[in-house]
Design a protein around this ligand. Structure first.
Ligand code: HPA
Length: 253
């Protein structure tokens, strides 16, 4: 079963034919919202808005463990995530959609493992390739099928937020090799890997990161949201195609 985790600018899927909403309790607490079960063109999918229904949960307060655990409890084997970013590399201007292949984690103080020696015994997962290559290939295929050009590589720098970064912090991220910056990519990707769920994220670019391009002297969050609103209909179309390519078709449809 495929699940979609939507981020900023994507708190619901318009083209989803909703069949039920399910409140799930996990050993880690409740997920950001009841899970939304539905179909896109007869293919089943579960949707979860990472920041909750009304976008009320900031990145550092998201209960990532509850979200991933709840999806796992429902038999989810693949998670296609949407995570908004700021572009560090010059190619990543607002409106570009990126499919990163690497992560650098700068977050702190988040509950970032199931294997903490309390809930589950200590275990060290392989995370050399943080995103599932098969699911990345499907994201790319879905975009190509509908004629959307995406940047199919990049290094996602996961920052703590909720504030945006300083220009010097972005310089440092760039020196480290990060090409884009966002606040929600971790620990989500690692937690999915810990439970054996395929995970890959696409990243709509909402703005140039601090000190870059037209963000040289600052970033207006209203502009970020406006840019995202303009990009999200393209993201929705890619998601619909991904679900079509991937999802289980219900008999009779
Ligand atoms: N920094 C961090 N996260 C973001 C940004 C940014 O510039 N834009 C959208 N999400």
């Amino acid at each position: 079963m495929l699940a979609i985790i939507g981020g900023t600018g994507l708190t619901q899927l318009d083209n989803l034919n909703i069949t039920k909403r399910l409140i799930v309790r996990t050993p880690y607490g409740e997920p950001s919202q009841p899970l939304v079960f539905g179909e896109i063109e007869g293919r089943e999918v579960i949707f979860l808005a990472r920041h909750g229904n009304g976008h009320t949960i900031p990145p550092h307060e998201v209960n990532y463990r509850a979200n991933i655990s709840a999806l796992h409890m429902q038999g989810v084997t693949e998670i296609a995530a949407i995570a908004t970013v700021g572009g560090i590399h010059a190619d990543l201007a607002a409106g570009v959609i990126a499919l990163p292949d690497q992560i650098i984690d700068y977050t702190h103080g988040r509950k970032n493992t199931f294997y903490d020696g309390i809930s589950l015994p200590v275990k060290h997962i392989d995370f050399t390739e943080p995103y599932c290559p098969h699911l990345r290939a499907k994201w790319l295929q879905a975009a190509t099928d509908i004629g959307e050009k995406i940047v199919a590589y990049g290094v996602y720098g996961a920052t703590q937020g909720p504030r945006l970064e300083t220009a010097a912090e972005i310089n440092r991220l760039e020196r480290d090799g990060a090409t884009m910056v966002g606040m929600t990519g971790m620990p989500e990707a690692a937690l999915a890997r810990e439970l054996g769920i395929s995970y890959a994220a696409i990243c709509p670019v909402a703005n140039y990161a601090a000190g870059r391009g037209d963000s040289l002297h600052g970033i207006q969050y209203e502009d970020v949201i406006e840019n995202l609103n303009q990009t999200m209909y393209r993201v929705r179309n890619i998601i619909a195609q991904l679900v079509k390519l991937n999802g289980v078709k219900k008999s009779g449809n």
